[in-house]
Ligand binder design. Structure first.
Ligand code: ZN
Length: 165
């Protein structure tokens, strides 16, 4: 078990489409991803954020409220989204200190493979739906900045890169 270094934008590994998980042994990686996410005080972490370009992410939307609910989504597919959009400020462990207003569908239906290998499907709304879509984006090389209009994006990117100097 160990805390892994989290890649920081604009690392090019955060901008690549990840490959499906086939039959890799993922137990150590998943344990390390949870350790890394909790250590960074995050509620979601995608494999590419620790440099593994595979389609999986971990999340726990409730641990900060004292009731952990760790979930692992391997090879997730968004089967359906609700038409109704919601806008919220999103942080990202790979873009520390920056909150970006992102508009997304309010609810999603997700299919995924669990840690034990069985396939699940469920509906999610609220913060879980937001978190799933944010982490799912990472698997396609998409970060919060990619949701912005060019002007807002340029402004926030410059601000982030200046602050990181
Ligand atoms: Zn993120």
């Amino acid at each position: 078990m160990s805390v892994l270094p989290i890649l920081i934008w604009p690392d090019t590994r955060l901008q690549q489409r990840c490959a499906p998980v086939r039959s890799e042994q993922l137990d150590d990686l998943i344990t390390d991803m949870f350790d890394t996410m909790y250590a960074a005080k995050g509620r979601g972490l995608a494999a590419p954020q620790v440099g593994v370009l595979k389609r999986l992410f971990v999340m726990d939307c409730t641990w900060k409220d004292g009731t952990p609910s760790p979930m692992v989504m391997i090879n997730p597919t968004i089967m359906a989204t609700e038409n109704d959009p919601a806008t919220a400020e999103e942080g990202c462990l790979s873009i520390p200190g920056v909150l970006v207003k992102v508009t997304r569908p309010k609810a999603v239906t997700l299919q995924w493979t669990a840690r034990e290998g069985d396939i699940h499907m469920a509906d999610f709304d609220g913060f879980e739906a937001l978190c799933i879509q944010h982490e799912f984006d990472h698997l396609n090389g998409v970060v919060t900045f990619d949701h912005l209009d060019p002007q807002t994006r340029a402004h926030l990117e410059t601000e982030f890169l200046e602050a990181a100097k």
